[in-house]
Design a protein around this ligand. Structure first.
Ligand code: SAH
Length: 218
């Protein structure tokens, strides 16, 4: 189902320059986005826009996810932490990119959404992604250190524990900035010890990252 729509969306994302890495394109081809959105929105799954997934949260637009995944430079067999599981769609794409020997953990603060994400991952065959309920701004020390960390909600600044839990040579990508506006996509590389290199990779718009090292709850 929806194969033609998926193919056409990918062609557009390549044409517009959002997608270029063959392995990322391949992952997008394999993961059925329509299985990760609420039933009444399935027909919009292959339109390039964010969609509501309940509890005031959204699954990002495919073009934004393409930017996230291309900038994170995932490799086979890596151990990856995602903050903000939501629908589980990003985590499934990450699982494709790191392959069967890679390890993927995704943290979600809203228990009902974690359940939604877990169910979506199960029905599409990605049970090997671990969905954890908790505050991802503190990272996930039990499984640290990480090769890659992807943050899918916007913090006022990059949460310190996440940088601490990165391996040397590891990379973290996150939106940083104000609530809903003036946000920048940042890619952080941990060089050695405490030395980090930060690159700003364009503007973006995400829901807030709420937690100890993020925004305070209203
Ligand atoms: N990656 C998701 C998109 C999620 S939207 C997908 O593929 O569908 C961002 C998510 O981050 C929301 O579900 C929100 O509840 C969650 N979130 C916000 N603050 C968080 C925190 N401190 N820890 C974990 N999840 C958080």
């Amino acid at each position: 189902m929806y194969e033609k729509e998926r193919e056409e969306l990918l062609e557009r994302l390549v044409k517009w320059g959002y997608l270029s890495k063959p392995e990322v394109i391949e992952a997008f081809k394999k993961v059925p986005r329509h299985e990760f959105v609420p039933n009444n929105l399935k027909n919009y799954a292959y339109v390039d826009q964010p969609l509501p997934i309940g509890h005031g949260q959204t699954i990002s637009a495919p073009s934004m996810i393409a930017i996230m995944l291309e900038s994170l430079e995932l490799e086979l067999d890596q151990k990856v932490l995602e903050i903000g599981a939501g629908s589980g769609y990003n985590a499934a794409l990450i699982a494709e990119l790191v392959g069967p020997k890679g390890r993927v953990f995704t943290i979600e603060r809203i228990a009902e959404l974690a359940e939604f994400g877990r169910a979506n991952l199960k029905k599409t065959g990605y049970e090997r992604v671990h969905v954890v309920v908790g505050d991802g701004t503190c990272g996930y020390k039990r499984e640290a250190p990480w090769d890659r960390i992807l943050v899918t909600a916007c913090a006022p600044e990059i949460p310190k524990p996440l940088v601490e839990q990165l391996k040397t040579g590891g990379k973290l990508a996150a939106p940083v900035g104000q609530h809903y506006m003036f946000q920048t996509w940042m890619v952080v590389e941990k060089r050695s010890g405490k030395e980090i290199r930060v690159r700003e990779c364009g503007s973006c718009s995400f829901v807030p990252l709420v937690g100890k090292y993020g925004w305070k709850e209203d």
